[in-house]
Design a protein around this ligand. Structure first.
Ligand code: ZN
Length: 263
């Protein structure tokens, strides 16, 4: 009798544990809120991942490029909705891409800068990546995949490189559909608040979509997950029509000669 009770108790405990892990896997963000990962910690982790991912890459430093990126960030600061300090790293590459890491680290490939006809288009991509950072999308994916303890060990340099590969994979793999939509919405609002035309998000999607059709090379982060690009162009265009903005141009001098900054 007693044994039967113990078996039932054990079965119940296993069921509870199963439910716990199922819920944890489904809603990592809910747990993230309770883990109290400090901003400083998150920024440190972001810097570590950035150094992994840019190792051996040609990182571009050019005063005019730096000042262009700072001008874009300053403009977004006027919106007063950003919680993170942002740090931009530009990598020399023909790839047309950018991605966000935890804690405000944003990596941009120079191919993207080359293909943006207007600085406002680059600003629109940055606003989208800022959305991923501000909503902690990468951190949520990483915590959901490996758990906060392992994450801390790996990023603190106390664990093997296998998990670090997993983390880098996650960063490059793209986000869920709802996370993409959230980043788009964030970008549209931020552009509006910063007196930039939200329609530039639509035009940059068009540039990316045209490029994707031309080549079978890597898919840009912004297009990697499923919200259909035509739908996203339509949503951005509709938002721009419904939210007329008294725009103030970014006025980045020498944008036409940006080829000189990025080789
Ligand atoms: Zn995205």
């Amino acid at each position: 009798m007693r044994t039967k009770f113990l078996i039932q108790l054990l079965a119940f405990a296993l069921l509870c544990a199963g439910v716990f892990f199922a819920v944890y896997a489904l809603f990592p963000e809910k747990w993230l809120d309770r883990m109290h990962i400090s901003k400083e910690q998150e920024q440190e982790w972001g810097q570590t991942i950035r150094s992994w991912m840019t190792e051996g890459e040609d990182v571009i430093q050019h005063p005019e490029l730096d000042s262009a990126l700072q001008r874009i960030e300053r403009r977004f600061r006027t919106a007063d909705t950003l919680q993170y300090d942002f740090n931009f790293t530009v990598i020399q590459s023909e790839e047309v891409n950018a991605f966000a890491l935890p804690g405000g680290e944003i990596v941009i490939y120079s191919g993207l800068i080359a293909h943006c006809n207007h600085p406002e288009e680059l600003a629109a991509v940055i606003a989208h990546e800022m959305g991923h950072a501000e909503k902690q999308h990468v951190l949520k994916r990483m915590v959901g995949a490996v758990g906060v303890t392992t994450l801390g060990q790996v990023l603190g340099g106390q664990n093997g490189s296998v998990v670090s590969d997993v983390i880098q994979e996650l960063v490059l793999k793209g986000f869920s559909r709802s996370q993409e939509e959230e980043a788009d919405q964030f970008a549209l609002l931020l552009l509006k608040q910063a007196q930039l035309d939200p329609g530039y998000l639509a035009s940059v999607f068009q540039i990316l979509a045209d490029l994707e059709e031309e080549s079978l090379d890597g898919v840009p982060e912004m297009l990697m997950t499923h919200p259909n690009v035509a739908d996203r162009i339509q949503q951005a265009t509709e938002f721009a029509v419904k939210n007329p903005v008294e725009t103030v141009e970014l006025n980045i001098s020498n944008w036409e000669n940006r080829g000189n900054w990025i080789h």
